[in-house]
Design a protein around this ligand. Sequence first.
Ligand SMILES: Nc1ncnc2c1ncn2[C@@H]1O[C@H](COP(=O)(O)OP(=O)(O)OP(=O)(O)O)[C@@H](O)[C@H]1O
Ligand SMILES: [Mg+2]
Length: 389
Amino acid sequence: MRVILFTGKGGVGKTSLSTATALACARRGKKTIVLSTDAAHSLGDVLQTTVGNEAVQVEKNLWAQEVSVHAELRRNWGRVQKYLTQFLASQGYQEAVAEELAVVPGMEDLFALIKLLEIRDGGEFDVAIIDCAPTGSTLQLLGLADVLQWYMEKFYDIEKKIALAIKPIVERVIKAPMPDKDVYANIEKIYDRVIAVRDLLTDPAHSSIRLVTNPEKIVLQETQRAHTYLSLFGYPIDAVMANRVLPAAAGDGYFKGWVERQQEYIDQIERSFAPLPILQTPMFAEEMLGLDMLAEMANVAYGDRDPSDVLWTGRPFKLDGSPGNYDMVLALPGVEKDEVDLWAKDEELIISIGNYQRHLILPRALDEHFVTRARLTDGYFHIHFAKEA
Ligand SMILES: Nc1ncnc2c1ncn2[C@@H]1O[C@H](COP(=O)(O)OP(=O)(O)OP(=O)(O)O)[C@@H](O)[C@H]1O
Ligand SMILES: [Mg+2]
């Protein structure tokens, strides 16, 4: 199954472009589902039909589904949440407050994304298009998978064994419930799913991320950040969608300044994201509502391209070489030398840019290897590993 995920700042056109893309895929004969994982759903409004937590058919080959974020949270996190609520209540928190505290912000979005695994495993669809919540939370949760993996691989087994062993004693002394086997089983299940969804979304053979942007300063800055961080975490971006571009004809009167300024930002978008394809869509004369407008939007955006194709295949991450001599290449677009830090420790590589850190658990092949050189050129971070003589 082909997966295409649309992300971008609030209001840039993610929902419009994801439904337009889904419609275009469906009309090319692919059985397609468009899935909204944003708690503030608007698929139904755009498609002008009722869409809910179950997939509904919109037209031949096109289905839509708005994932119930709360239902997914309960389903995935229920057992852990119950435990945490009990624990917090035992510490003197009111039940209602404890229930709130037992959910990490951003987590709902992550569980909504997990729904994608079911759709893939169901084997019914050729294409799944995901309409995400605005960039901030998407990035947070995509990074969460790495952090979780790091924690689980390093500490989890030990902590679980200790906790289960001392549970009866601790419960008597501190009068607070300790997690039982079910809680741990729940955590392990979530972990497996989070890693599976991360693995699916970072697999360039199946998945692509499309960055939706507008030719405006603040939006563009956020798109550049998203581009960098998604690359850091190995997510394959295959296009930038520049939406709401004012047509030249709009530039005669009141909007003259806007049209000129937008052209400067379009040039900047081309420079910033090359060699990624930049697909432009104009500011239409009306809101994007209904299938006719969406079909027109997809037509303008993709032209002769098949929207379900992988539109660009640059590899965000690559490891080449042979024992004693490996080269790792990581795409880090838009990053300056002095922004990047690198540490290697045991079997782990930590790369940090600004507030984001990627903990890379190195492949076994790199056991007993050391980082000998690292350099950043043309948006790529080259890290060389050698074996001690
Ligand atoms: N190219 C366009 N021409 C005209 N109107 C547009 C265009 N793209 C989007 N819109 C309108 O802009 C508004 C926001 O678009 P949309 O809902 O697709 O953005 P979004 O990124 O999904 O927003 P949110 O972050 O709130 O989910 C909608 O009213 C939509 O109809
Ligand atoms: Mg939206």
